[in-house]
Design a protein around this ligand. Structure first.
Ligand code: SDX
Length: 382
């Protein structure tokens, strides 16, 4: 094909905008939120502070963080109709479908949905950050046979998530992994779900519509759904001694090993390193199940890196070690991807609001390879 016309399948390597929100350095496996490395963030911050940083572009002063947290707490409770949607479908439908439906319903009950002012979009971002977390927790609890538990404004964002999920005050062993995963999955530049949100936002549809597009895209196993699939693979392997055979057979059958590989990282995903390190701290205190899953994960990691790491640039990504961590916190497998959404909502809002500052409709081309000027043939002549 002439060099002036190149198809960029999957928009691989295509830049669509300038941004100051997130740098993903794929060659060396580094990640920055507004200039702060993910290691610094994970070690020192909180999800509330990360959400503020992503949306407002700088770390908040104490009074600003207190005000932001207060506004988040005020938005945690869910409208009765949304609770009813969850009660009717939790345990029967995919929690990602419930989340997408509930967020669509939230837009119906928000009388400023069409207000495109910056202040209104900040208010809607705060509403979405808080309510998506409550929807996910309520879905998990009701699917488990519990009833909707109203939020507790005395608790932090992650503490309240666990409280609404379990119906009781959370332990620190439950809070730590949730807070860590919420911070690690909050933002990642123009990944598929953020790009989906930008496409919808670029038409000047409202923030709820953009976020609903993001939730829809995140569900797929090539993206946010990989955390659940990676754990399902570990359960299918069953015993650590089966790991090598299972993975070798999968690769021989041209199957993708979930939790490995990345469009941008051609080195170890820095988030996976942090999650793995945390998982290893659990080995003396966790259940036999978590220890077994960890052993399988470590053997799978070694095999995949030996076979496809340096040679093919296929390394563990954020999803690979997430499963055993969530299991250690008592989180059920079908809640993993909804929790990814409850974290990534901050990044989706930050990107859509930034893009709207210099909006341009996103409308790529495709190279038409079909016929033209065909003559219409009446049906009885075909
Ligand atoms: C997330 O983009 C983001 O930033 C996403 C994310 C975020 O925070 O938003 O980081 C979160 O989505 C992480 C990725 C989660 N997905 C998975 O773990 C699913 C498994 N991974 C693969 O499907 C794949 O690596 C992708 C989809 C993630 C990236 O794929 P690409 O860039 O489109 O590359 P490709 O599928 O064309 O693969 C290139 C080659 C192929 O071999 P060949 O056909 O050329 O011989 O690498 C192979 C692939 O088969 N390959 C794998 C593999 N990933 C790529 N082989 C086995 N197992 C894998 N996991």
């Amino acid at each position: 094909m002439g060099d002036e016309l190149q198809i960029h399948k999957g928009l691989d390597g295509v830049y669509i905008a300038e941004s100051t929100i997130c740098k993903v350095d794929g060659a060396v496996g580094r990640l920055y939120y507004r200039g702060y490395s993910i290691g610094e963030i994970a070690e020192n911050s909180t999800y509330e502070e990360v959400a503020y940083l992503l949306i407002h572009g700088r770390l908040p002063k104490a009074a600003e963080l207190e005000e932001f947290s207060k506004r988040l707490k005020a938005e945690r409770d869910l409208p009765a109709e949304v609770v009813r949607i969850i009660q009717q479908s939790a345990g029967k439908s995919d929690p990602m479908d419930i989340l997408r439906t509930a967020v669509s319903y939230l837009s119906i009950s928000d009388n400023e949905v069409k207000d495109q002012s910056y202040e209104s979009n900040i208010r809607k971002s705060i509403r979405l950050i808080s309510k998506i977390s409550s929807i996910v927790a309520a879905t998990g609890r009701i699917a488990d046979g519990g009833v909707y538990v109203k939020p507790d404004s005395a608790l932090s964002h992650s503490e309240n998530f666990v409280y609404m999920l379990k119906g009781r005050k959370p332990t620190k062993e439950e809070i730590k992994p949730v807070e860590m995963m919420f911070m690690l999955q909050a933002e990642h530049s123009t990944n598929a779900s953020t790009f989906a949100a930008l496409v919808a936002g670029s038409t000047l549809a409202d923030l709820y519509s953009a976020v609903t597009s993001g939730i829809a895209a995140l569900k797929g196993p090539l993206h946010g759904g990989a955390d659940e699939e990676a754990l399902r693979m570990m359960y299918a392997i069953g015993d650590p001694s089966n790991t090598e055979q299972y993975i070798n057979e999968a690769l021989a059958g041209k199957k993708k090993i979930m939790g490995f590989g990345h469009r941008v990282y051609k080195a170890y995903d820095p988030r996976a390193k942090i999650i793995k390190e945390y998982l290893l701290t659990l080995q003396n205190s966790s259940s036999e199940e978590v220890r077994r899953l960890t052993e399988i994960a470590l053997r799978g990691e070694k095999l995949m890196i030996d076979k496809l790491g340096a040679s093919h640039g296929i390394w563990p990504n954020v999803d690979f070690f997430a499963g055993p961590v969530y299991i250690s916190a008592g989180i059920k497998i079908d809640l993993f991807t909804p929790m990814f959404a409850a974290s990534r909502i901050a990044g989706w809002c930050a990107h859509v609001l930034e893009y709207w500052e210099d909006n341009k409709l996103i409308r790529p081309l495709e190279l038409y390879k079909g016929q033209i000027d065909l003559k219409y043939v009446p049906i009885d002549k075909r």
